[in-house]
Design a protein around this ligand. Structure first.
Ligand code: ZN
Length: 328
């Protein structure tokens, strides 16, 4: 069963869209291969409004969030799904503007000195024209958007746990802990509307990146199962359009991860090989700029296979994104 992605999304940056009586959205202008069309920021409730994931720290974007308030409204709380900069870089500035209380599962997990993604490159697959185009895009990227990745600075005022219900802005928001994309990822539910804000856990436009060591595939799959225990009618992810068939869609994600694992096992069957050799054929249909991230997803599968004693590192070496792997 192939995943039916939905990439039909064309946001008007900075404008407030009302999605239901208790949900508004403002999309930040930080599109890139990871954020799709940018970070969708949700405003929940009325009065002392709650903001889910303020997004980047672009001043005009934070202005747009405040402009989305009705007369007399304030921002009373900021709910954080997880600590990646495209979600949290703007938290400190928005708190400085509003005095809002922040909620989140906790700070980011341990970040190794050298991220595994730094150690692998697919440069030889890019043409000179593509390299020149990417350099141009980078040169045109605002300074605020250049540091993307884990945000180790964010510490929530209030720590939330799975099963908590936060009463904010006249609505009850339930907390669903969904580790996998990051260890501190949570989704927020408006249970009375059958709506779940899924952050980067489940998105309509693409699968999520699982990047060890903080990202964990086994946790991720368990966190998909957690969503299947709920009865949501609709997901609002941070990036892209809504998911309108949650149960069917999550089922196809679980199926997809199983088929990726089968592809890896098939790729190892002829003999020992590397992630660098597996990725180009496995991800042929994916934007090559995402291949380094894809390499980390393959790595997370191999770590799971290693734990299950189905795969091993050749010559007893340390597991890594550049190791040579073999079936047991
Ligand atoms: Zn994101």
């Amino acid at each position: 069963m192939a995943i039916q992605h939905d990439r039909d999304f064309d946001p008007a940056y900075g404008e407030c869209t009302r999605l239901s009586p208790s949900i508004r959205r403002v999309v930040a202008k930080n599109p890139n291969p990871f954020t799709f069309t940018g970070t969708g920021v949700y405003l929940i409730g009325s009065g002392e409004v709650a903001v889910i994931d303020p997004g980047p720290t672009l001043p005009e974007h934070l202005d747009a969030i405040e402009a989305a308030l009705d007369t007399g409204e304030t921002i009373g709380s900021i709910l954080v799904t997880h600590t990646h900069t495209d979600h949290t870089a703007g938290v400190a500035d928005l708190v400085a503007r509003t005095g809002a209380t922040t909620y989140g599962f906790g700070p980011h997990g341990d970040v190794p000195d050298e991220h595994p993604m730094e150690n692998i490159s697919f440069d030889e697959y890019f043409t000179d024209d593509e390299k020149a185009e990417f350099k141009k895009q980078w040169d045109e990227t605002p300074e605020e958007l250049r540091r993307e990745g884990p945000d180790v600075d964010f510490v929530p005022d209030e720590r939330v746990e799975h099963g908590d219900v936060i009463s904010v802005a006249g609505v009850d928001v339930s907390v669903v802990h969904t580790p996998g994309h990051t260890s501190n990822h949570v989704c927020f539910g408006l249970d009375h509307e059958g709506t779940l804000f899924t952050g980067d856990h489940v998105m309509a436009w693409a699968t999520s990146v699982i990047s060890p060591p903080d990202g964990d595939l086994v946790d991720y799959l368990a966190s998909l199962e957690v969503l299947l225990e709920r009865d949501d009618q609709r997901y609002w992810p941070t990036h892209g359009p809504a998911v309108r068939d949650p149960a069917g869609y999550v089922g196809s994600f679980i199926e997809h991860r199983r088929s990726r694992e089968a592809q890896i096992v098939e790729g190892l069957r002829p003999g020992p090989t590397t992630i660098k050799d597996l990725v180009p054929s496995m991800y042929a249909e994916v934007d090559k700029r995402l291949w380094r991230a894809a390499a980390n997803s393959v790595y997370s599968h191999l770590l799971a296979l290693l734990r299950e004693e189905r795969a091993t590192v050749v010559d007893g070496g340390e597991p890594s994104v550049v190791a040579t792997w073999a079936l047991v």
